[in-house]
Ligand binder design. Sequence first.
Ligand code: NI
Length: 393
Amino acid sequence: MVNSAHPRPSIDALQTELVQWRRQIHRFPELGFQEQVTSRFIAQKLKSWGLEVRTGVAKTGVVATLRGNSDGPVFGIRADMDALPILERNAIDYASEVSGVMHACGHDGHVAIALGAARWWSEHRDQLPGTVKFLFQPAEEGPGGAIPMIAEGALQDPDVEAIIGLHLWNTLPLGQIGVKAGPSMGDTAKFTLTVIGKGGHGAIPHQTIDAVVVGAQVVTALQTIVSRNVSPFEPTVVTVGKFNSGSNFNIIAQTAQIEGTVRCFNLEMAEWLPKRMEQVIRGICDAHGATYEFDYKRHYPAVINDPQIAALVRFVAEDFLGQEQVQPETTLGGEDMSYFLQKVPGCYFFLGSANAELGLDKPHHHPCFDFDETALGLGVEMFVRCTERFFSA
Ligand code: NI
């Protein structure tokens, strides 16, 4: 059910432009740290509205400062701007013009929404008792633009005191907001395992150590970590996404390559999981006389929302859209917004963008991903209201 709440008229008036900006960026998607055209587009708009603009932050990032009518606190708004290596399959007139690259996660919309908020505040400076800082971040999809942006001073001069960001979210229908205090998105890791056995003839198995059999047992045993070692109340995932082994039907494989991802919310769990995994792997390999190489890389830490800022976002969302439209949404997907939230209190929330009636409800990272652009104006209204509430609190 699409909510009847509308942005205020002065934001509603931006809707045509929001759609234009989003579609322009959608047509020319760029991968992480290559967002040159996107970055120029953003900087040019911000400069034309009179913001102080710093470009080339973490290669392609843009940081813009908008000072209001007094030296109040500094509120940060963050948007990511990179696309994905996916071939777009949408038959739309604003489809990607770059083969094999697509805005399949909605970051084109994130840019448009943050630009919309910048535009609106630039026209309402007299109502702004402080400073708003806009952070346009590269490479969220990897390898990660938040760390280099922070290292290059994106949160300083003037120092950001609280920060918010949003993700357009096709898991929620248009008109809904997902927000939760505390862990909101997952701690993510990737593992690569090579099981090393002893190859040989398929008819003479007793002279071999079969890497397929050992690897298969490892995959099965890894399933017991979440189901038998972790509390059912602790969201955790161990996924084996890849298993490569063997060369022919009558040859016993020497090695098996296994890769996967591990997700959780809790730091202690994130540190314990690779230890437990290796214990299981070692035990099974030992039992069969196989050896192994295990590589485990932590990726982004969990997104942890500050309780006060999350309460502020929730209040604003309920006030704007209605209490029943606000959900405690969480996901074990990863986001490097987490690094900003480790530095300053803030909140990352989900903006419902699915419209099943229009077929705009494909999952993120799908080659036919698209969202209901009505969400753009709702996003601007959320950012503007959160900023107002922050300064009035
Ligand atoms: Ni995303």
